[in-house]
Design a protein around this ligand. Structure first.
Ligand code: FES
Ligand SMILES: [Fe+2]
Length: 365
């Protein structure tokens, strides 16, 4: 790591951006996974994936395998997908099961995580089934969207994201139907994509087709401690525009955003999941108001795909620049205030484990 750099100053007008090694050093990603991805709220799925008791699906958060279940008592729960006998992966994929039976020695768990049978344990001493339940993960459902946090001590989503979706919640977001999940790989560090999403200085240059429909003179940005909002109406609409009458974009620290795009009523949840320090998987989950897609909805998806490609292409170009060794740190414009907020949060979460200089520079370099 090249440690010749200045920390991100609290004061936007004088702040330098994060140093390039934050985007190019594989050690940084290892630390981020430990310090950020296992301690923050991560979107894992939609309530429609767990309609009936016994319904379950599996996924990964912070590289840990997890199971989401609709238990027989009606509760939605999250567990590590790790058998408490000798740590085999308990279940794959998704479906409906009355119990989860481990493929290794057939320990069997109820859908509430409690241990029902441990066939090879007869005769063992001091073996209490209660001590071997599946390990629970903190879970919250926000407007039918399921989030988990691997940190059992993490503050609730309501505390961390107060008044989230305030512009759109009057539209009953639980009516949205999950119609498509699409994954794309981008050859850039996960933070390049977040930085890109959190400013619209590039919109009129990179997203000409999208911007031609929007009234950019009404573009709004709102900063909250752990999330931010950007939005603007279609031309001819006002600031209180309805679903689809403009773009409303919410970013949740660190790597999730909810995009309500212009067009038929819709939502697209974007997650950027680091694969390695210079490769990121983007998962896009699209919701419309009904299961069968209309022509307008298909057109919207095509527009979304175009905008995402424009963003991913520029992110890959930026990553190459970061890796040249010819760049160490840049400066924020005053309209990059949300990127600055993200980088300050990240610096704060990592400063006990990464070598950030202790003092804000008054005269940088
Ligand atoms: S590891 Fe699951 S039953 Fe042995
Ligand atoms: Fe963009």
């Amino acid at each position: 790591m090249n440690k010749e750099f200045v920390r991100v100053s609290e004061k936007l007008g004088e702040a330098f951006t994060l140093p390039s090694w934050m985007y190019t050093d594989p050690e940084v990603l290892k630390i981020e996974k430990q310090e950020i991805f296992t301690k923050t709220w991560q979107y894992v799925g939609h309530i429609s994936q767990l309609r009936k008791p016994g319904d379950y699906f599996t996924t990964e958060v912070g590289d840990r395998p997890i199971i989401l279940t609709h238990s027989q008592d009606g509760e939605i729960r999250a567990f590590y997908n790790v058998c408490t006998h000798r740590a085999a992966k308990l279940v794959e994929g998704e479906g409906n099961k009355a119990v989860f039976s481990c493929p290794y020695h057939a320990w069997t768990f109820r859908t509430d995580g409690s241990l029902l049978r441990a066939p090879n344990m007869s005769g063992s001493e001091n073996f209490d089934y209660q001590d071997f339940c599946l390990k629970t993960i903190q879970l919250e459902i926000v407007h039918s969207f399921i989030f988990v946090n691997l940190d059992l001590e993490a503050p609730s989503m309501t505390l961390q994201f107060p008044n989230l979706f305030k512009h759109v919640e009057k539209y009953d977001l639980s009516k949205l139907r999950r119609v498509r999940v699409k994954e794309t790989i981008c050859r850039s560090n996960w933070k390049v994509g977040i930085d890109n999403y959190l400013e619209c200085d590039h919109c009129s240059i990179v997203h000409k087709t999208l911007v031609s429909k929007l009234d950019m003179t009404q573009y709004e940005m709102e900063m909250h401690e752990y999330y931010s909002y950007q939005g603007t109406p279609l031309k001819g609409k006002t600031a209180d525009f309805g679903l689809g009458e403009g773009g409303r974009y919410y970013w949740l620290y660190p790597n999730t955003w909810f995009s309500f795009d212009p067009g038929p009523a819709n939502l697209s949840i974007h997650q950027s999941i680091p694969i390695d320090h210079k490769t990121t998987k983007y998962v896009y989950t699209t919701f419309f108001m009904h299961d069968e897609m209309t022509k307008e909805e298909q057109e919207l998806l095509a527009m979304d795909d175009l905008v995402r490609k424009e963003d991913l292409d520029i992110c890959e170009i930026v990553q190459k620049g970061l890796e040249t060794g010819a760049y160490s740190q840049g400066r924020f414009s005053l309209t990059e205030n949300l990127v600055h907020q993200f980088q300050l949060l990240l610096q704060r979460d990592l400063e006990n484990v990464l070598p950030f200089p202790a003092i804000d520079p008054t005269t940088p370099r």
